[in-house]
Ligand binder design. Sequence first.
Ligand SMILES: [Zn+2]
Length: 280
Amino acid sequence: MAKTGSPKKHRKISSRVGRDSNVEDEIVFLGTGGARYVIAKQLRATGGILFRIGGSNVLVDPGPESLYRLLTYLPKFDPEKIDVILLTHKHIDHSADINVYLDVITRGGFNKHGILLAPGDAFGEEGVIYKYLLDFIEKIVVIKERNVFKIDGLSFLFPIKHQHRVETYGFKLTHRDYTISYITDTKYFDGLIPAYTADIVIMNLIKLGASEIDHLSVDDCAEIITGIKPKVAIITHFGMTMIRTGPWNVARQLKERTGVTVLAAEDGKHYTIEKLLSYR
Ligand SMILES: [Zn+2]
């Protein structure tokens, strides 16, 4: 709910706030950590991923300390420029700061703006999003399988429901002539490869071996990379076994196994789309 005398006028101005067309398209990792111990000790940041593409700013999975990481890694970036907040699922390492952002990007509701996308179970009594904040934003989209969401030349497809403990969706983002897939937390299953075929594939790789809590293993990632054959793959969302081994070591092994360039994401690092598309 806008609290000014002329909410419509403010809404129009605010919808322009996010335009960032002079910025080179890039992906910024506000965190590359996942799982309980890594969060607790902040061994890696857990702030999610910021996609700055086509003049839009899309924040994905703002976990614990995300706002702090955003302000640290992008000191000149005004959080009010975030156009879209996209939650892949409600687990705490993905969602902890979402309410903070909904307040911050709308100046506590005074500047109604922004679009929130999240699965249905992120809302309501068992959800993670405060009900009163929903009035602050312009639009709410409940993600469902095969939904497409479009904003200013960007198209997000949520191709398939993941096998995870809560309702979970990754996405395939199309802009101009390229595609980026984000395969968030999931158990491996056959539908993943056709669903996420893309030029750039980002995958959550929380631990080395097969996981009892429905995550991809290194072998699963190798299978996906071999199946998709992207220009480049990026692994992120590391738990303790990955950090002990060194994510860059795992990335190198994956490259040797698949022949595809695999990068281990680093906290605060900006990856330009142009550079990522130049691999292979
Ligand atoms: Zn999860």
